[in-house]
Write a protein that binds this ligand. Structure first.
Ligand SMILES: [Zn+2]
Length: 889
């Protein structure tokens, strides 16, 4: 037996052995219950960071545990490989995006290897591979057939110097191009959208089904969908046939409208502008067009607007009120027009104050309403005009100054006002969502080409499914200027129309990379299928994902889009599949799916979601200059700026290159091995909390594994199991063993409290070290249990020690230990002895002793006799299981 724990020797050996035995392969039989453990797949940046390591280790512990608990487990890995950085690398360094991406993938796959993750690499998925994006294109065509993909004009970021479209990430905080530095303009282009709004209600309601999701993620999704119930109202324009439509969630404030605002892009803007205002309005529109949506709607920014000169009539009061245009109203959202109620909306209040617009109070808090009523019944109308507030009153209340709706409460008034508008024909109730359709067009190269052909005669023609994939051409020049690289390739763009044969052109937009990641989890169950996106029988068997693990930054978009895709593919007609499926989908589908439904037989893709916290590193910052100082230049005992000698600020922050506070996974692995790194990551913080990297604690885990190593190395088989009853010492040790099984198992259920589970492992190893029955079969049971419980956390050392003890099959194919309830029953429990309420000592008593027996043990105890010293006992208070208190004279 080896005497020293040497992770470098054993870890590579076991990784190879597991691969040779195919231990990580996904079982194909269906006898056992399934468990699909999934980490959010990474973008192949080329270097693995600690955030990745934490994510994959968490998923791996769960996968290994579930295998030992008798599940067939699917734990795959892949690459979210399309995207801007590859294209930027091509522009800056002349490396083709594909080459750059595949190099990075190879590098990251190599960096993942030493972590000992039980991943089934035969199901690797790479979104930029034609084998994958062929099916992304196929799914897009299903959306198109179902009427869920359409084109319309939308604004893009336009660099006027390089004459190119920029992604949002390529525009800096000041609204300038990353490359040319030019002030970015907004330009309208015809682009592709997916109709996610058709599913808004379902995406909202089905959040209730997600019992295993963090509440805050569900709340973020609900807010993003942003359902509101309100009213659609029309204001006739003075002197014109047109009306301005507005949407409001507060129809009860309609008598307080003192102006109406149009978005500058609204088609009515130029029509309502009077001749004297025309020039100013035009200049304002131009100015606003260069601002991003974010700049325009920022809360801390002053709202800017201009009078058009036009007027509308408030249909409730018949009053004429002015029409403004303002930057904070967006044409993309709602009707592109809002009614201004400065008395009851904070933003309108600021705007009215800035431009001296009237502020009419029409809602008052109930207490003010009572006071007003007391003032003077006869002068009601006159008095209420005196009510004014220093800020907008935005809460519901009682209506005043509102004609026939006076004295009504807001809730009641909302309904009455909407009903009145409906009867009069100028309004109706309407449910609205903040969620907008998903703009998926990108004027970039490194993405999935949208499989559509534009024919002057036939219009938009889908690429026939037999012609998929539409491949990305490889001989492309990347300059970062002009049209997208695809649009500049005439030989790729021009082709005969597949329908009529006339000269036609390919769509040159590629898809948002969020589309690639909206269905990758459906591909893993059948990753190598070249006939279909996936065989529904296989995907329905494995889906939904039982445990999804990833960062909170994906709480909204990725998870929402994946839920949307799942629902669409559930609904799509089965006939669509048969066109490409051939015979292979004739296998009967599992589950209770009826023939009229689509490809999937479930509503939600991710049963449980764990959003792991960040990994933070020690950060040194000069508080005066704001400069970050690399760790290597600082003495941790007395952190000072090496240049100025001034003391530095020290704190924990998310690891990042720019803050020099990162810890390279490779360095930690080289020094301590994967098992220690895994143990530290799991022990240091609960998985959903931020983790502060601490070298001392890493060493602590290394020491613990060394302790386990010695404990197991020193162990020799001992005497065989006999029919002799267990001694007290053996019973105590056996209880410690089964408490550990119970607690570790409980910690790994549901909430995954890995940190407390590791603490339990430490307790068990201490109990074994302290045991003085090391030749007992109970001790042997303890050593075996410790290794089994350790296996998901530190898989290499566990398998090594398992084999050193004569086992020939892997520890990872063993069954998770079960609790013996009999072992948990305590023989003796501690009993506190008190004299006059003061604790004087503790004695051990039989656990099942009754009141009378407890009093007897206490009276006879050395502690009681010493402190009572012959005084008279007046009263004895017995609290079973806890204490005996003597009241003495
Ligand atoms: Zn045609």
């Amino acid at each position: 037996m080896e005497s020293r724990y040497n992770p470098a020797l054993i870890e590579a050996k076991w990784q190879q052995a597991w691969a040779e035995k195919g231990l990580d392969k996904t079982p194909t039989n269906r006898d056992q219950p399934k468990f699909y453990a999934l980490s959010m797949f990474p973008y192949p940046s080329g270097s693995l960071h600690m955030g990745h390591v934490r994510n994959y280790v968490i998923t791996d512990v769960i996968a290994r545990l579930k295998r030992m608990q008798g599940y067939r487990v699917l734990q795959p890995m892949g690459w979210d490989a399309f995207g801007l950085p590859a294209e930027n690398a091509a522009i800056e360094r002349g490396i083709p995006p594909a080459e750059w991406t595949y190099q990075n993938i190879a590098q990251m796959r190599q960096q993942l290897q030493p972590l000992g993750l039980s991943i089934d690499w035969s199901r690797e998925v790479t979104t930029c591979s034609p084998d994958y994006y062929k099916w992304t294109q196929w799914i897009f065509l299903q959306f198109l057939k179902a009427g869920l993909a359409y084109q319309r004009e939308a604004a893009v970021n336009w660099d006027p110097i390089d004459q190119t479209v920029l992604a949002n990430e390529q525009v800096d905080n000041e609204g300038r191009s990353w490359r040319s530095g030019a002030k970015v303009e907004r330009k309208l282009l015809r682009q592709w959208f997916l109709k996610i709004t058709d599913y808004a209600e379902q995406l909202l309601n089905d959040l209730d089904k997600l019992k295993g999701w963090p509440e805050r993620v569900k709340l973020m999704q609900a807010n993003w969908i942003g359902k509101s119930v309100g009213a659609y109202l029309e204001f006739p324009i003075v002197g014109m046939a047109e009306k301005i439509a507005v949407y409001t969630t507060r129809p009860d404030t309609v008598y307080g409208v003192t102006y109406v605002v149009l978005a500058p892009e609204h088609p009515l803007t130029r029509l309502v502008a009077t001749p004297e205002q025309q020039t100013a309005v035009e200049a304002f529109i131009q100015e606003v067009s260069s601002q991003s949506e974010l700049e325009r709607t920022a809360e801390d920014k002053p709202k800017r607007g201009i009078l058009t000169g036009g007027k509308v009539i408030n249909p409730f009061t018949a009053e004429e009120i002015p029409i403004w245009i303002a930057d904070y109203v967006l044409y993309e959202y709602g009707t592109g027009a809002v009614m201004g109620v400065p008395a009851h909306d904070t933003r309108d209040f600021q705007f009215a104050q800035a431009y001296q617009l009237p502020i009419n109070v029409v809602i008052v808090p109930p207490e003010d309403f009572a006071r007003l009523k007391d003032l003077d019944e006869d002068e009601d109308e006159a008095t209420v005009h005196l009510v004014a507030y220093a800020n907008a009153y935005t809460e519901p209340g009682i209506l005043i100054n509102s004609g026939p709706f006076n004295d009504m409460a807001s809730t009641e008034a909302k309904e009455a006002i909407v009903q009145y508008a409906q009867v009069q024909g100028f309004g109706k109730a309407r449910i609205q969502y903040r969620l907008r359709d998903w703009l998926i067009s990108r004027q970039r190269y490194w993405g999935t080409p949208i499989p559509v052909i534009h024919c002057p005669k036939c219009g938009t023609v889908p690429v026939p499914e037999a012609d998929l994939p539409v491949r990305l051409p490889e001989d492309v020049a990347f300059t970062g200027r002009g049209l997208s690289p695809l649009a500049q390739l005439d030989r790729w763009v021009n082709l005969p129309c597949p329908t009529c044969g006339m000269p036609a052109k390919r769509e040159t937009d590629t898809m948002d990379t969020f589309i690639d990641s909206s269905w990758y989890f459906l591909r893993y169950p059948d990753a190598n299928n070249d006939q279909q996106a996936f065989d529904p029988a296989k995907t329905n068997d494995w889906m939904p994902v039982d445990q999804y693990v990833g960062g909170i930054e994906h709480a909204i978009l990725h998870l929402l889009y994946s839920r949307f895709f799942t629902k669409v593919l559930r609904d799509s007609p089965l006939s669509l599949l048969k066109e490409v499926a051939g015979g292979s989908s004739s296998e009967p589908l599992s589950g209770d799916r009826s023939a009229s439904q689509g490809l999937l037989n479930f509503d939600e893709p991710f049963q449980r979601l764990l959003t792991q916290g960040m990994v933070q590193g020690t950060t040194y910052k000069n508080p005066v200059t704001g400069k970050y100082i690399p760790q290597v230049q600082v003495d941790p005992g007395d952190p000072r700026d090496p240049e100025t000698g001034k003391p530095l600020e020290v704190f924990y922050e998310k690891m990042s290159k720019s803050k020099y506070n990162g810890v390279e996974p490779q360095q930690v692995l080289a020094k301590y091995g994967a098992d220690t790194a895994r143990m530290f990551i799991l022990f240091k913080a609960p998985p959903e909390k931020d983790l502060e990297w601490d070298d001392a604690d890493v060493k602590g885990q290394f020491r613990f594994l060394n302790h386990v190593w010695r404990l197991v190395s020193d162990f020799s088989a001992g005497r065989p199991i006999s029919s002799q009853p267990l001694t007290t010492k053996e019973k105590d040790l056996r209880r410690a063993i089964h408490i550990a099984i119970a607690k570790v198992t409980e910690d790994l259920e549901g909430e995954y409290q890995f940190n407390t589970a590791v603490s339990e492992l430490m307790k068990l190893s201490n109990a074994l070290a302290d045991a003085n029955c090391k030749d007992s079969p109970v001790y042997a049971e303890g050593i075996k249990t410790l290794l089994l419980l350790l296996a998901p956390f530190a898989p290499h050392i566990a398998d090594e020690l398992w084999h050193l003890h004569g086992h020939t099959d892997s520890i990872h194919t063993q069954t998770w230990p079960k609790v013996d309830p009999n072992a948990l029953i305590a023989e003796k429990i501690p009993l506190v002895i008190q004299i006059m309420g003061k604790t004087r000592g503790t004695i051990q008593v039989p656990a099942q002793a009754d009141r009378q027996a407890l009093e007897q043990y206490a009276r006879e105890s050395e502690v009681a006799q010493r402190y009572i010293e012959g005084r008279e006992i007046r009263k004895v208070i017995v609290v079973p299981g806890k204490l005996v208190n003597f009241v003495v004279a």
